[in-house]
Design a protein around this ligand. Structure first.
Ligand SMILES: [Zn+2]
Length: 345
């Protein structure tokens, strides 16, 4: 099997430690690089994690339901509607969820989906049931977009949950993107998969990655059915990264309702772990092609986000923004073991 390209190099630093009588202290830092994703990271041996459960009250005070465009009172007045060629009703509805155009879009076709009229849901309240209609309405929309045959090839479902992750509103909401061209990161994944297939005489990057990871038992969290859950070797976030892969699903439209139920039940487990570990925020993306692409499986990533107290210091710094490397004081293999416990119950 062709090598996947996960590189690791250890570098050792020393200093005289002021917290232990200035004794010499050795620090082992792992430099990691994943050829598939292009993500370079430094795995640090010391833990930096939020020590206390974050309090959402200050956010709720600044952004109460009375000024929320996604809460029932202002919803009809302040949320955009689709042009009639997309949907004559103006907005998609699925159970308690709504989907409508993003008023501040990142692309020509960028939508927002709310889960319900509930203004705030804590991480511990993000159950599969609570999320179901929100993801279902995204699915309804993407089916409609495919039906319109506008030539879109790529789609994603994305989530900035709470302000530390870039979420502009407390009210839980997803965003979908459809486009003719992949985003920069998806382009990287696609070209890695194609290059791998070419270099290995038809080998499948994701199939082989999952085989290797399952065998290695270091970062393979669980297989729940069609989905494999992994802690990323070289994470995209300071608190690590959880990946999910839909085996053999080569287009968004291969995903069944049961596959979504499986996804949401897995996500709820990951969110429970984040809640217990005092995180309050995350980014999530599910990446897919809209027509079958044999080298690419539908997949996604979750990156926990946080602020460091007492200053509310950002979890992004010059290393990530300007050097394209991620500082990660959470060891992926340890994150995997912790999450395994959540997938066993
Ligand atoms: Zn609201």
């Amino acid at each position: 099997m062709k090598d996947i390209g996960l590189h690791k190099e250890v570098t050792v630093g020393r200093y005289l430690n002021p917290f232990a009588g200035f004794e010499e202290k050795e620090l082992v830092i792992e430099e990691r690089y994943d050829e598939t994703t292009g993500v370079a990271s430094r795995i640090l041996p010391y833990r930096v994690r939020p020590a206390h459960k974050p309090d959402p009250a200050p956010y709720l005070e600044k952004s109460p339901p009375s000024i929320c465009p996604f809460c029932p009172e202002l919803f009809d007045r302040l949320t955009p509607k689709f042009t009639p060629d997309i949907l004559t009703a103006g907005k998609f509805r699925h159970g308690d969820a709504w989907l409508f155009p993003n008023a501040f879009p990142y692309d020509a076709a960028n939508t927002v989906a709310t889960f319900s009229s509930c203004h705030f849901l804590g991480l511990d309240q993000l159950t599969a049931d609570a999320m179901r209609d929100g993801f279902a309405v995204c699915r309804d929309y993407l089916y409609r977009i495919a039906e319109l045959q506008k030539g879109y090839q790529y789609c994603s479902i994305n989530w900035n949950y709470m302000p530390p992750s870039g979420g502009g509103l407390i009210h839980p909401h997803l965003q979908t993107l459809v486009s003719r061209h992949p985003t920069s990161f998806v382009r990287r994944l696609l070209s890695s998969a194609r290059n791998y297939a070419e270099a290995s005489g038809g080998g499948h990057l994701w199939r082989n990655l999952l085989l290797l990871e399952q065998e290695a038992k270091e970062r393979f969290i669980a297989a729940t059915g069609v989905i494999s859950w992994l802690a990323a070797f070289s994470p995209k976030g300071m608190a690590g990264e959880v990946d999910f892969y839909f085996k053999e699903k080569t287009s968004f439209f291969d995903l069944t309702e049961a596959n979504f139920a499986e996804l949401l039940s897995g996500l709820a487990r990951v969110f429970a772990h984040l809640y217990v570990n005092n995180f309050m925020s995350f980014n999530l993306s599910l990446y897919a092609t809209m027509t079958p692409e044999k080298n690419f499986w539908v997949q996604g990533k979750i990156v926990p986000r946080f602020e460091l107290n007492p200053l509310g210091t950002s979890d992004l710094n010059y290393f990530e923004k300007l050097h394209d490397e991620i500082i990660c004081p959470v060891v992926p293999e340890q994150l995997c073991r912790e999450l395994q416990a959540y997938f066993q119950v």
